[in-house]
Design a protein around this ligand. Structure first.
Ligand code: ADP
Ligand code: MG
Length: 295
């Protein structure tokens, strides 16, 4: 289902993010991708969803050679994927409800089905009280859960999640991975990036470890057997401890002129999530012309 053959990725600035990756992931597998910050995990995933293209090598996903995939076909390719982005990528001017519903509207689902499914998903991720909130009114963990609900909206056959538990507490993290394992039991392929070794330990799954852009471990290994990561990187636990000191800013220090959220247009988000804006426009126009619910 997912094949990487001799794949390397060098970014425009010369950064060698991945070097000669060879990997096969079967339909129905559950894979944890681990490794230190900067190891290449997100790049690996971005190549898989065709957000980035490889500098060398071949990637085949769901029988599609991504090197040959035309840009305008990307949205259709992504329809089989539920993606949880490390940076959430929620649409700022849409409510929680609409952010999730949007994923279904894009593929032409009926409003009646959307209503049912979105209500179910919002309940599943524990956000019933926040349905009408905009992303800026949510904590990082809540935004992450909206992103997860959106990824589940269309019953994708592959779930790709980049650190989906990076902003939630240990209990919630456990529940999210448990939810993903239930989907996996039902046949969904799950690929999850994490640096939470306790999760990897609890859920005994295939582990692919990247270090400096290379695969250093691949298999059903124990966490205690994972090698120590490159000395150029901080120990992950230490790094988290340091980061948490920075993020736990006292509320009292918040000022009126706090930094505005980064300016991004809807188009940027649509591009990121769906692949292009055109199919969404066509869908909206078609919907207007037909005047709603056809059956
Ligand atoms: N768009 C980009 N342009 C240049 N360098 C990048 C870009 N994205 C990631 N990198 C670099 O590629 C390496 C791998 O990054 P990434 O895949 O994000 O790692 P991880 O997700 O494991 O932290 C890092 O050195 C990072 O700085
Ligand atoms: Mg990353």
């Amino acid at each position: 289902m997912i094949d990487f053959k001799n794949v390397s990725k060098v970014y425009d600035n010369g950064t060698k993010a991945l070097q000669n990756i060879n990997i096969h992931i079967d339909k129905g597998e559950f894979v944890f991708i681990v490794g230190a910050s900067g190891a290449g995990k997100s790049t690996f995933i971005k190549l898989m969803m065709r957000e980035e293209v490889p500098t060398n090598g071949t990637i085949v996903v769901n029988g599609i050679n991504l090197n040959e995939l035309k840009k305008r076909k990307i949205p259709y390719f992504r329809r089989n994927m539920g993606i949880v982005f490390q940076d959430f990528r929620l649409i700022p001017n849409m409510t929680v409800y609409d952010n999730i519903a949007f994923a279904m509207r894009v593929v032409g689902a009926k409003e009646k089905d959307i209503k049912k499914r979105v209500a179910y998903l919002i309940n599943l991720v524990g956000l019933s009280a926040k349905v009408k909130c905009k992303p800026t009114e949510l904590s990082g963990g809540e935004q992450q859960r909206v992103s997860l609900a959106r990824a589940l909206a269309n019953n994708a056959n592959i779930i790709i999640a980049d650190e989906p538990t990076g902003n939630v507490d240990p209990q919630m993290s456990y529940e999210i991975v448990e939810l993903l394992t239930r989907l996996n039991d039902a046949g969904t392929t799950v690929i999850m990036v994490t640096h939470a070794h306790d999760l990897v330990e609890k859920f005994d799954k295939r582990v692919i470890m990247l270090d400096g852009g290379e695969i250093v471990v691949d298999g059903n290994v124990q966490v205690s057997d994972l090698p120590v990561q490159s000395s150029s990187h901080l120990n992950v636990a230490k790094k988290e401890e340091i980061e948490s000191k920075f993020t736990e800013t006292p509320v009292a220090e918040e000022s009126e002129d706090e930094a505005l959220p980064e300016e991004k247009s809807d188009d940027d988000f649509l591009n990121a999530i769906i692949g292009d804006t055109e199919s969404y426009r066509v869908y909206l126009e078609k919907d207007d012309a037909e005047g709603g619910d056809e059956s």
